[in-house]
Design a protein. Structure first.
Length: 365
């Protein structure tokens, strides 16, 4: 009986704190951010992820390890956006769904959303290492970076994260106002798990991505210098000889190498854009995780209102990371744009007919 009374008093205190905090401008700004931005993120993000997946699974692309990683990333990102959609509908439009009113479904939902968000981080890290190996050790990459090995890495990572997140259902349930959320527990197990999560999904991936991207950029510059030296040596050789088949073979090899490197550099540029965008969009959320790991932000209505604003800003930036990859691919990948056009036969056919008619006109002239 005493425990029930304490819970009622705690619920009443939370309700009063929420009411007082809602009077602050910071709280209202946070609310409107939460009301408007998820719809934009969902509309552009879900469509972009579907198109990214369709491009990456084309026959000419699915045989490349980086494209397989990007296809897996698109699937994980879309599942993450589905989780955002359900939470947005319930909290903004007061529409009850079984996920947010049924305790069992709530726990399953939290488990899936947590695993998929962590899997996106894992895929990005694995893809970064794959690119580094392909650039730094091009001869060995044909045996190290294979499709079969990539599939094993993806499946192993998903299973490992699935096991790691087993405690999530025990820390999640239907909270006040019929909302599926993590309990505000302060027991030792929850605190320990929170810090393990911060280390595994925040600090370690962040440092690893920065390190490997620095190594990738260094390897690209080193490779460019090697190609420049090779080109200079060929020019010197040409000036000393009268040409011949040896020069032709070397120049052909150099052109072929540059073409291959151009394609590889496009994939690398796409990865670098995605990685640095990921770091920029998720850093505020990770900082908030660390700051609020041991801080009780419910001491006053003003602090609660400020935390609400910071939460919605960092949270929506974090979800935006699951929506922008397609547009980054279009921005820095001409091959991706070309493959994207092939998804729409009417557009491709129209382009071909225009080119054919122009060639016929030129021929008649």
């Amino acid at each position: 009986m005493e425990n029930i009374t304490e819970k009622i008093d705690e619920f009443s205190a939370d309700a009063m704190l929420f009411k007082n905090a809602s009077m602050y401008v910071t709280f209202q700004i946070g609310y409107y951010i939460h009301l408007v931005t998820p719809g934009v993120i969902l509309a552009f993000g879900s469509a972009g992820n579907i198109l990214s997946f369709l491009v990456m699974v084309q026959k000419r692309n699915i045989c490349r390890t980086t494209c397989l990683y990007m296809a897996a990333l698109a699937v994980a990102d879309n599942i993450t956006l589905v989780c955002l959609a359900t939470y947005w509908i319930v909290t903004c439009f007061q529409t009850d769904t079984s996920v947010h009113t049924n305790t069992i479904l709530c726990k399953v939902f939290a488990y899936i959303s947590q695993t998929c968000s962590e899997f996106s981080i894992f895929v990005l890290g694995a893809m970064t290492i794959d690119r580094y190996v392909a650039i730094r050790f091009p001869m060995r990459s044909t045996t190290l970076c294979t499709i079969q090995r990539t599939r094993v890495i993806l499946i192993s990572g998903l299973l490992t994260l699935g096991l790691y997140n087993i405690p999530i259902p025990w820390m999640t349930g239907v909270h006040n106002r019929n909302l599926c959320a993590a309990f505000f527990t302060k027991n030792t197990q929850t605190v320990i798990y929170s810090w393990i999560y911060i280390c595994m999904c925040t600090i370690i991936p962040f440092c690893s991505l920065l390190t490997f991207n620095y190594l990738i950029i260094s390897a690209i510059h080193r490779h460019k210098r090697e190609l420049a030296d090779l080109s200079a040596n060929m020019m010197e050789l040409t000036s000393k000889t009268d040409g011949g088949s040896k020069y032709f073979r070397r120049s052909h090899f150099l052109r072929k190498s540059r073409l291959k490197n151009s394609r590889e550099n496009q994939l690398t540029a796409m990865l670098l854009f995605v990685t640095f965008t990921f770091l920029a969009l998720t850093l505020p959320q990770y900082i908030r995780y660390i700051v609020y790991a041991d801080i009780h932000f419910k001491e006053s209505a003003k602090e609660y209102a400020l935390n609400t604003l910071l939460y919605h800003i960092s949270n929506k930036l974090w979800f935006s990371n699951s929506a922008v990859n397609f547009y980054l691919y279009c921005l820095c990948g001409s091959k991706f744009r070309s493959d994207l056009k092939k998804l729409f036969p009417c557009y491709t056919g129209k382009t071909v007919s225009v080119i054919y008619s122009q060639s016929q006109t030129n021929a008649s002239l």
